[in-house]
Design a binder for this molecule. Structure first.
Ligand SMILES: [Zn+2]
Ligand SMILES: [Zn+2]
Length: 144
């Protein structure tokens, strides 16, 4: 597994692409998810955050960030005995649509697009390390 600093520097660039404000609290939440292989509830994250950084973070702040991570496909959540648990989703890749009116983010994955990118890089003898694709537009609800 890559180390957290590497992961985090990539993630910060990613946040900028989404115009999402970064903070040391977000970094902390992300680190807790990163070092715990286990899936955690927001309350467990809050507790570990306190243990690790000797600092308090509100549940609302945790939820907001977790929901954002989930929207962009970087975290997944599931219910475990009625409690919502989260874990990082580092292995699957997603691209995104962003509505410029309501800022909703929709993730998608398209095999053809992914394959074309590989072919382009191969043709240009370019060693690809990653990519971010964001399509901007107006979502279905906002078109009404
Ligand atoms: Zn992609
Ligand atoms: Zn919209």
């Amino acid at each position: 597994m890559q180390n957290f600093e590497n992961f985090y520097s990539k993630f910060s660039t990613f946040l900028k692409d989404f115009n999402y404000k970064n903070s040391s609290q977000k970094e902390g939440v992300l680190k807790i998810l990163y070092i715990n292989d286990d899936h955690l509830s927001a309350a467990e994250i809050q507790e570990r955050f306190h243990q690790e950084f000797k600092e308090n973070i509100s549940l609302t702040a945790i939820y907001q960030f977790l929901n954002f991570l989930e929207e962009i496909g970087l975290a997944i959540s599931f219910e475990e005995s009625g409690i919502k648990k989260f874990e990082l989703n580092l292995n699957s890749h997603h691209d995104h649509l962003i509505c410029t009116k309501c800022c909703k983010i929709v993730s998608f994955y398209d095999e053809t697009i992914e394959n074309r990118q590989d072919i382009i890089c191969e043709n240009k003898k370019f060693k690809i390390e990653g990519h971010t694709m964001i399509l901007y537009g107006i979502c279905k609800e906002c078109q009404k």
